[in-house]
Design a protein. Structure first.
Lengths: 177, 140
């Protein structure tokens, strides 16, 4: 009989455990980012047309030349992308090879964007229907990926690159060498 | 004249999307808001869209969302269905890119087995807790 009484406490204890878990979950900061599942996986096969006349486009082969690269996913219509332009310049100055994937962009808008905010890119591919963005697990603009010299995704940065994010991206790029 | 200018400004403000809904200047993707001509394919595509999470507005499915990215995802889903892929293949492709979070229909595997078994476990635990009552009733 004594044992049965103790057992009757189990539902209440289970309920309190659930309550504690939910309370902790409610207090935790909200994480709205969706990370790419392609980290440490090879880049999917793609070929993107040049986003601007007279500039190279971008394909998977460009990432398999033995040199790690940083690819910035951006768009001229994306307001936060303007804010990270100085940080991209900073990466380029430090010798990080930068390439871009322009999402749903028109050549004339892109040209104006680059003329206004700077153009640190060696090549820019035009992803007009987000096919490549979805295939590499990017959930929005801006996002930045570090790809090693064999075309394997090594690091993802979600959102605007601030000054304090630059060292982590440089470190990820150096680690990919 | 000033009233007219003010009205025009107001209309312009109302018509232009806010920065939160930043969209490109390009038209929507081919199949973003257009049904597939084959009703059976469209039905399968729609069912899949309703269980794929929108990446921009995470509480919504891509079928419900007005986000441009959701439109692009709908278009790609319809295209893949039209090309003969099964909804499971497409869901698998999305999960391989974004993880399980992209799907509103959790798959039964080693990690989710406990979740799926929980109703049965709780029911059995409940019977076990009240088993004494049944016994006493039968005796009486």
């Amino acid at each position: 009989m004594k044992r049965v009484r103790l057992v009757l406490w189990v539902p209440l204890i289970a309920f309190l455990v659930c309550l504690a878990v939910f309370a902790a979950g409610l207090g935790a900061p909200q994480d709205k980012t969706t990370k790419s599942a392609l980290i440490d996986q090879p880049l999917p096969q793609f070929t993107l047309q040049p986003a601007m006349a007279g500039r190279p486009g971008l394909s998977t082969a460009d990432f398999r030349r033995g040199q790690p690269m940083v690819v910035n996913i951006f768009a001229s219509w994306c307001i936060p992308c303007r804010a990270e332009a100085p940080q991209l310049e900073q990466l380029a100055r430090r010798g990080v090879p930068l390439v871009g994937i322009a999402i749903r962009d028109r050549p004339q808008d892109l040209a104006q964007f680059l003329a206004t905010y700077g153009d640190p890119f060696r090549a820019i591919g035009a992803d007009v229907d987000r096919r490549v963005q979805l295939d590499i697990g990017s959930a929005g603009v801006p996002e930045t990926f570090v790809i090693d010299g064999r075309g394997v995704v090594r690091h993802q940065h979600i959102g605007v690159i601030t000054d304090s994010d630059v060292p982590a991206i440089v470190a990820a790029w150096e680690a990919a060498r | 004249m000033r009233a007219l200018a003010a009205t025009a400004m107001l209309l312009l403000l109302l018509a232009s999307p806010g920065p939160a809904a930043a969209d490109s200047l390009m038209p929507a993707a081919r199949w973003a808001n257009v049904q597939l001509p084959d009703a059976d394919q469209e039905r399968r595509a729609k069912a899949l869209m309703e269980t794929v999470r929108c990446l921009v507005c995470q509480g919504q499915s891509v079928a419900d969302s007005n986000a441009e990215m959701a439109g692009d995802m709908r278009s790609i889903i319809r295209e893949r269905i039209q090309a003969g892929q099964t909804p499971d293949q497409i869901r698998g492709w999305l999960i391989s890119r974004y993880g399980e979070a992209i799907s509103y229909a959790p798959q039964l595997d080693a990690r989710t087995a406990l979740l799926f078994a929980m109703p049965l476990i709780l029911l059995l635990a409940g019977f076990w807790l009240v088993r004494g009552r049944f016994r006493r009733k039968r005796k009486a």
